[in-house]
Design a protein around this ligand. Structure first.
Ligand code: SAM
Length: 330
């Protein structure tokens, strides 16, 4: 393993590390995790902030320049905002973003902004308080909505709103979500629901992108937006004169494996090269065994070489995420 970049067997170079800092969450979304299944990683299994920072630092020596902090809900972990603010200080990291459900975001916005972070993805699956409660199990619609508005006001850009679309649950709100882009400079991104082997939301809730897009198009014509970065997973559009954008993310109907540049680090120290594969490389033990930086780098390369060409499921099974999304990081 000589070259100092993370290049997989299929010619893809990985420069994007998605870091989950906790598997805990203050919501219990239908499609992600339910209370009854809630067994969290024991605290001793969770990587410390210092361990994560060391790993990112080593990753930058291999071409990692983009880092997203996710979870669980990252902001429920003690000291999360202070940790996140340290990531842009790592030499070589050019782009740091945060994925959050927004419930605890508002109080942390100022701190995040001061650290130079500008990119936020905020999950919101309904614009109706009752429906939000049904989907998430918590009555926190106002907290999430207020955080979205506060993030715009504070100048974060882009502020992306992630909407997981579920048939018969929130599909009747697609047009309303799309309309937000006409009133606010928001990036509303519709995401195909991905079944997981660990939760019980029925497969018939899955709704594929052509159908989702048709709902958005029924409102008004959508104009495609060309993006320079070909690792972007969303197909992007805009309504005429709208300040915001609409993105469609279709891991099932149009998988983006060919341009996938991602590696995931779970909160318990597993490097996962593909969301839709059970493959991983443990990095926690090597970090705790005091391995040298070049040996840790070899583990990053090993995880990269394990990246499959495309999603892989169990034999004769339909594709699914091999764990709770909250445990992998989304
Ligand atoms: N708690 C944070 C949040 O809610 O954004 C970060 C973690 S969450 C696992 C990351 C993203 O994964 C969210 O946008 C969420 O909607 C999405 N997600 C979770 N489970 C999913 C599933 N089964 N299918 C599609 N997207 C999913």
């Amino acid at each position: 393993m000589k070259a100092n970049i993370l290049k997989d067997k299929h010619g893809r170079q990985l420069n994007y590390l998605r870091v989950s800092i906790t598997d805990r969450c203050n919501l219990n979304c239908l499609y992600c995790r339910r209370w009854k299944d809630a067994k969290y990683f024991p605290p001793s299994e969770i990587l410390s902030y210092e361990e994560i920072l060391r790993l990112i630092n080593i990753g930058t020596g291999l071409g990692i320049n983009k880092v997203r902090i996710t979870g669980g809900e990252p902001l429920v972990r003690k000291g999360a905002a202070s940790f996140i603010c340290r990531v842009p200080e790592i030499a070589g990291v050019k782009d740091v973003s945060l994925t959050t459900n927004g419930v605890l975001l508002q109080d942390n916005l100022e701190k995040l902004k001061q650290s130079g972070i500008r990119r936020l993805n905020i999950s919101l699956d309904s614009l109706k308080r009752e429906k939000y409660r049904l989907i998430t199990g918590q009555d926190c619609f106002s907290e999430t909505w207020d955080s979205i508005m506060a993030a715009l006001e504070a100048g974060f850009d882009p502020v992306k709103v992630n909407v997981v679309v579920m048939r018969g649950i929130n599909d009747e709100e697609i047009e309303q979500f799309a309309a937000l882009t006409q009133n606010f400079p928001l990036y509303v991104r519709f995401i195909e629901y991905m079944p997981s082997c660990r939760h019980s939301l029925d497969r018939h809730r899955q709704i594929f992108m052509p159908e989702i897009k048709a709902f958005a198009e029924a409102r008004q014509k959508l104009y495609p937006i060309w993006k320079k970065d070909n690792s972007q997973v969303a197909e992007c559009f805009r309504y005429h004169d709208a300040p915001g954008e609409i993105g469609f993310i279709s891991p099932f109907s149009t998988p983006f494996c060919k341009t996938c540049n991602r590696l995931r680090l779970t909160a318990d120290g597993k490097l996962r090269p593909c969301l839709m594969s059970a493959r991983y490389v443990d990095i926690k033990q090597p970090l705790r065994d005091g391995m040298a930086d070049n040996e840790i780098a070899d583990h990053l390369k090993l995880a990269t070489l394990k990246k499959p060409a495309r999603p892989e499921g169990k034999k004769n099974h339909a594709l699914e995420i091999p764990d709770f999304m909250s445990a992998i990081g989304g």
